[in-house]
Design a protein around this ligand. Structure first.
Ligand code: SF4
Length: 240
């Protein structure tokens, strides 16, 4: 995400409090892997999730988020083939929503795959009136059990706008704090206590303070990669 901020705002200084707080799913695919896929499918459009490195983004035709993946793929009606990387579960969900066969990669979020179908079934028994909302990075079997499939930002909006008072939440547990804070009259239950992302937890308040005091570590994307990656982000913004 820091690289994406730098790609979009090259004149601004972007710092990260912990350089090891990257996304493990993003590390599951390299730019060389994408180039190989493009060689195997020369006519395919390449769509990549925002959780990818700057080098990978430089190989994409379109970037997407979990909020707009379906809209981006739907906009590519004239493309015969679409490569969708790196998350195979987001690819599966997007494929089912759009009716498009997608060429996916064997990437996944190690945190979201810890939420199992039995977790959803168990929590439903405990909270029979709760709405089950899960992230599309979850296992396809978990997505199939949900009432709604939403990105993190969509979960915040849905919790506020729907009349339901209780929610079972299938995503990284950290969102529960925010949902409770924003919706004091409602109850939120995590689908699984195992859904903790160790990399996200590396960023602490102290580290943010130290990063601001020292203004480091700075993230800067080489200009040639930045310009190519920017095109994929711009094309996404043209669609949504
Ligand atoms: S929860 Fe962690 S591993 Fe999963 S997508 Fe987010 S940062 Fe990456």
């Amino acid at each position: 995400m820091a690289e994406t901020a730098s790609i979009l705002s090259p004149d601004k200084k972007v710092i990260v409090p912990d350089v090891l707080a990257g996304c493990p799913m993003a590390n599951m695919i390299t730019a060389a892997d994408v180039r190989r896929l493009k060689k195997e499918h020369p006519d395919a459009a390449v769509v990549g999730y925002v959780n990818t490195s700057a080098e990978v983004k430089a190989e994409l035709d379109y970037c997407c988020t979990s909020t707009n993946a379906v809209a981006v793929v739907n906009a590519l009606k004239d493309k015969k083939e679409i490569i969708f990387i790196p998350d195979k579960y987001l690819a599966d969900y997007t494929s089912k929503q759009t009716g498009r066969k997608l060429i996916s990669w064997n990437g996944y979020c190690p945190t979201h795959v810890k939420i199992l179908p039995e977790d959803i079934n168990r929590e439903r028994k405990f909270h029979p009136f709760a709405k089950v909302m899960v992230h599309p990075e979850c296992l396809s079997a978990v997505v199939a059990l949900a009432d709604v499939v939403l990105s993190t930002s969509q979960m915040g909006k849905y919790a506020k706008e729907t009349e339901a008072k209780e929610f079972i939440v299938g995503t990284e547990v950290g969102i529960i704090y925010r949902l409770k804070k924003d919706n004091p009259g409602k109850e939120f239950y995590t689908a699984s206590e195992r859904a903790i992302c160790p990399n996200m937890k590396r960023t602490t308040q102290e580290k943010i303070l130290w990063a601001l005091e020292e203004m480091k570590e700075e993230v800067r994307v080489p200009e040639d990669i930045r310009q190519r990656a920017r095109k994929a982000l711009d094309r996404m913004l043209e669609i949504i």
